[in-house]
Design a protein around this ligand. Structure first.
Ligand code: NAP
Length: 248
């Protein structure tokens, strides 16, 4: 077990599946105590069990991130049960696609609630504590769809574009107090959440230098890197982990 993050606690949202689960496993492998969060208790417990079997430390906290109160509640329960939170990974997200004119107000509210409002109030609750200790790292998971104007991605892309801006605003706000805020921007990645979209993922990936779909572990590795002191001079960066798709 690596000691890079030993003595720290990481809260990972959406850690019951895909990229979040891989990030929780990788952070634990690097020595962090990980608070695994999501709505599905059975899948959450499986992730915790896997981390413990590998010699790591983890606990599960259930939470439906649907508004500010649920975000604040998750942050406070994490502080109570894990002592403090040193690393926050804002990964939980939903990514429906469709025409703007067929998007209901309810769709709009739910996408912005989980993709923007929940990270906003988790940071509001946790960043001041990190700042008062003079040390902390926040990693937001955005998407390459926040960079490109893609038909059908207006709702999802704009919500993640908000998270991209928040990454920079929070870097400016909390960076001077020792809290580094960065984002990982994945390209097409094979997860449970994209399991019905294999052909679409391959089509997007075919236009990239890597020419292939990414794995959750490849995204997790970048998330974990940004959480460690190895990334100590990196503030407000949006790290593209997309096989080079947004570079060409
Ligand atoms: P996934 O497999 O669908 O996992 C999504 C996670 O978010 C699950 O753990 C889910 O947990 C949690 N979640 C969803 N709604 C929630 C809610 N209301 N409250 C609390 N947790 C909730 O997705 P993924 O593909 O790993 O994506 C993870 C992140 O990467 C997302 O932010 C996504 O936008 C971003 N991303 C993904 C790709 C890709 O190609 N996969 C590309 C770019 C960006 P429960 O089901 O337990 O609630």
């Amino acid at each position: 077990m690596s000691a890079e993050l030993s003595g720290t606690t990481a809260l990972v949202t959406g850690a019951t599946s895909g990229i979040g689960r891989a990030a929780a496993i990788e952070l634990a492998r690097r020595g962090a105590k990980v608070v695994v969060s999501g709505r599905d208790e059975a899948r959450g417990q499986q992730v915790v069990d896997g981390i413990r079997e590998a010699g790591g430390e983890a606990l599960f906290l259930a939470g439906d991130l649907s508004d500010a109160a649920s975000a604040r509640s998750l942050a406070n329960r994490a502080k109570e049960q894990a002592g403090q939170v040193d690393v926050l990974v804002n990964n939980a997200g939903i990514f429906p696609v469709g025409p703007t004119h067929e998007t209901s107000e309810q769709d709009f509210e739910s996408v912005y609630a989980i993709n923007v409002k929940a990270p906003f109030f988790l940071v509001a609750e946790l960043a001041p504590d990190m700042a008062s200790r003079g040390h902390g790292a926040i990693v937001n998971v955005t998407t390459m769809a926040a960079e490109l104007g893609a038909s059908g991605a207006s709702l999802y892309g704009s919500s993640k574009a908000a998270l991209t801006l928040l990454t920079k605003a929070w870097a400016a706000e909390y960076g001077p107090f020792g809290v580094r805020v960065n984002a990982v921007s994945p390209g097409p990645t094979r997860t449970e959440g994209t399991s019905g979209m294999e052909e679409k993922l391959k089509a997007i990936a075919s236009a990239s230098p890597a020419g292939r779909v990414g794995t959750a572990e490849e995204i997790a590795s970048a998330i974990a890197y940004l959480a460690t002191d190895a990334a100590g001079f990196i503030h407000g960066a949006i790290l593209a982990v997309d096989g080079g798709r947004t570079a060409v």
